[in-house]
Design a protein. Sequence first.
Length: 179
Amino acid sequence: EDSCTTLLECLQLNFTAEDSYFDLLRKVVMWSQEKDFLRMKELFDKNEFEVSPAVVNAFYSPEKNALTFPAGILKPPFFSGSYLKMVNYGAIGAVIGHEITHGFDDQGSQYDKQGNLLNWWNADSYNGFAKRKECIINQYSSYVVPNTDYKVNGKLTQGENIADNGGVKEAYRVRLRHS
């Protein structure tokens, strides 16, 4: 049973009136890291929701084999009930397709449907995937960043490139199906 009476006592941050801004920041960072390290000892909870609903983003978790679409992304410019259907398909549809495709990119493809790190591909499927993955890597590696001499590192960015291509392609297919 906790006998703390204030939030600071309960969090055990041990702030003092003499602490400088740096001292306070250091204590908060150390407390946060300790909390994260202690969580590593716990069993993985596939139902835990770690993102604020206000976040304007979307996520795919291979360990959970789950998509997360916080409420923050379900508003303009990504979605609106006043937009034409084709605009919503192109905007939020591409985001949804992007996140789904992460389940089959260079990282997500290594997890099975239960979220276990496992090679579930048969040889023919994997070889087809590897061939298409190399095509994406080569395509993006040929791009030069505008106003520089730098080329995109297609190998380093392959997961996002695969997801971007898949997302736009799926959004377009849905739009054609519902026109």
